[in-house]
Design a protein. Structure first.
Length: 298
């Protein structure tokens, strides 16, 4: 019997837009323009004879018909994807990885050459984020994030390493400000990061102290703050794993050491077969194990 289905591209466009909640997000995922997503959704609405979105274009809402269609359509596309993967050459292809932007720049990218040398036919496509990505909703193969213990049973969580925080600064600034004990940070030029505005408070609390907030330059991302510290503009509270290379090279020093923050970095993946992802996870876990702790930096 002949199947009577709307165009597959229109179904994919609607599923992505409905799942992600925005036409622009769907366009990014499918590598097309937002206009193309809108046209595909209109085509699907015309084919089905029902409205799927309502409300203003800036904040479209799903209609009842769309809410009924989305779960079955997402499940069907997941099944198609799994079937295609099962018969594909799993030594070749792309993995979509999401992680925090500074983690990407300072920890992951400097190590990726090793994975590329081992698996030249597996392409790693990185997406930088300032918030933890929803692995199921946003269709990533792997998300590197801070463990929040709120994951569904369908998600496998693999621990990487605990986070350690400590003040770091350029040697030139250290020669002038003389940090010998935690109390010495009082009155010194402190740098802040918008995405981690509580970093100084977390560090002081880890020492059982209360640090009075001190205004200072605030930067949008951690890697901007770290570059400002390297340039001698002030003292930054930084996670150890982000400054290992800078400390080893002498660009930064950490005269007060590092304290555990209580955070744990983890890798999250869906519980479904993926040999390419198995290879990347095995490599990632080994890299995490080989990352020295601040107590044993060598």
């Amino acid at each position: 019997m002949k199947r009577h289905l709307p165009p597959l591209n229109a179904l994919r466009a609607f599923e992505a837009a409905a799942r992600l909640g925005r036409m622009t997000a769907a366009a990014d995922e499918l590598s097309v323009t937002p206009g193309a997503i809108s046209r595909q959704v209109l085509q699907l609405e015309s084919s089905m004879g029902v409205r799927l979105f309502e409300g203003p274009k800036s904040r479209p809402q799903l209609t009842n018909a769309a809410k009924a269609l989305l779960p079955a359509l997402s499940a069907a596309l997941d099944q198609i994807e799994a079937a295609v993967r099962a018969v594909s050459d799993e030594d070749h292809g792309t993995l979509d990885i999401s992680c925090f932007s500074t983690f990407t720049v300072k920890w992951l990218i400097p190590r990726l050459y090793h994975f590329n040398a081992l698996h030249p036919d597996i392409e790693i496509r990185l997406s930088a984020a300032e918030r933890p990505a929803d692995i199921a909703r946003e269709r990533y193969d792997l998300v590197i994030a801070v463990d929040d213990a709120k994951d569904a049973d369908s998600i496998e969580v693999r621990p990487l390493f605990p986070e350690w925080l400590g003040p770091v600064l350029a040697p030139s600034l250290a020669a002038r400000v003389k940090l010998r004990k935690p109390a010495d940070v009082a009155g010194k030029p402190l740098l802040h990061t918008k995405t981690r505005s509580n970093a100084w408070q977390m560090w002081s609390e880890s020492l059982g102290r209360t640090l009075a907030p001190r205004p200072g330059p605030e930067f949008e991302h951690y890697y901007f703050t770290l570059e400002a510290a390297i340039a001698g503009l002030g003292i930054c509270i930084a996670p150890w794993h982000l400054v290992i290379d800078d400390i080893r090279s002498g660009r930064l020093i950490a005269p007060l050491g590092f304290q555990p923050s209580g955070y744990q970095y983890v890798a999250k993946r869906l519980r479904q077969p993926n040999k390419r992802l198995d290879r990347f996870c095995a490599w990632l876990l080994l890299q995490a194990q080989e990352t020295p702790s601040p107590q044993n930096p060598d």
